[in-house]
Design a protein. Sequence first.
Length: 468
Amino acid sequence: MPSSAKAEQAMKRSRFDTGKSAAAPRNTKVATEAAAELSSAAIDFTAVPTSDALLSTRLQRELKALWNASGPATTAPSASSRASMETGTPPKPMDVASVVPLFKVGTLEMYRRFPEAYDMLMKHHNCTAVRRTLLKDVLDRIARTGAVEAVPSDAAVGNAEKRTQPWVRVADFGCGTGRIESIVVQHPAVQAIYAYDSEVPMLRRCLVNTVRSAAQCGHYHSVSLLPVATTTSERSELNSASSASHALSSPPVVFCGDGIEATKSATAGALQLCIRPVPFQAIQAGFLTQTQHPRCSLVVCAWSLSYVMRMQWGEDHWHAAVDSVVQSLLNLLDNTRSDAALVIVETLGNGSTEPTRHNTYTQRLEESFGFTRTWVRTDYEFKSMVDAERMVRFFFGEKMLAKLTADNGSRGAGEHGAADGTVNGGCCRLMECTGIWTYWKTREAPTEPLSESVEPSRSSPTHARTHT
């Protein structure tokens, strides 16, 4: 198994420049052509470390301790675990001063050197409204429209009610420390999560947070780590494939729980994770198609796609960069089994009860691709003004300190009456509005080919257009 140091070294070798991409496309066809030009460069995707390269001995011990402490599933999820799907797990008290620097840290340095400090701030980010959107509006719809046959309960249960095994595949790009993973893993239909970020230290925190959330929700008997993104049916084919970029370095690693027991249970399954350092440049260069990435019912890109635009800002081809990534993610959607959705999440401004930031690229999502936006409140909530100032300065900088407000209970509900999920009892907060852009593809009829026609629809709880 590759060491952690080797994983990071390999990631550095796999980085490449996208500065020679095509000029701004005017539509998705041009975006596809631009991506094709970009992918023609000699890029070795085998240099990207596999998931098991993240698993140091120390990290494995930490993950097993988390799993055992939280109590893996032996029965159906309890009422308390179902409640956690609504509110999330509150952050444990931590010594902020020992983890978070006193000064503002640059973005890249933060992700590489201070993942624990970043993760600590994110545990104060109240994403309850985002959680409800993903679990209730999106994943519930996917599960409801899924063509899934119920499997019999465990023989020991007798004639108990039939249940379905997890089957939904989720992909998250720019996963950071695992906010989205910690949410979607709590839905009982989710079987596999493919999480990608450019920085290895962030991915390790993502793995820890995902395993913790999986153990707490009670849906799984075990967690296994896939070296690369594959489905169970594809694994034997990939192992015998002649292409080196598709070969598995090792079989899936069951590092939490009992994989044998998971196959016997009708109320809990085996969660599969693939967590790899894949930057957006690789997505532009054709990583998903070249590696034959499994298609997914849900694809998420949260608080990360804006970085693609920033990397190209001031140049005339940022449209090509954004369009090629978005088109690649849309192509990854699998609507052969259920409705499928691409969800993009971005900040709409801090320090205000309503959105103040109007982003050019998110406007492009609506006008060029047909996404529909809603917005919610996602405030940062703190128990101590001292801790609040330290964490806000670290991430946002000195100027944002003036926007910290006393927690007096005055909060908005977001667009369409969406609950913001904020709670009373804190010392202070940094208000934040967040936009959620959703693109739906309705389930494909068995005899009909996939098409890209767009029809507006307001029937979805997320107010998203539906595509077929």
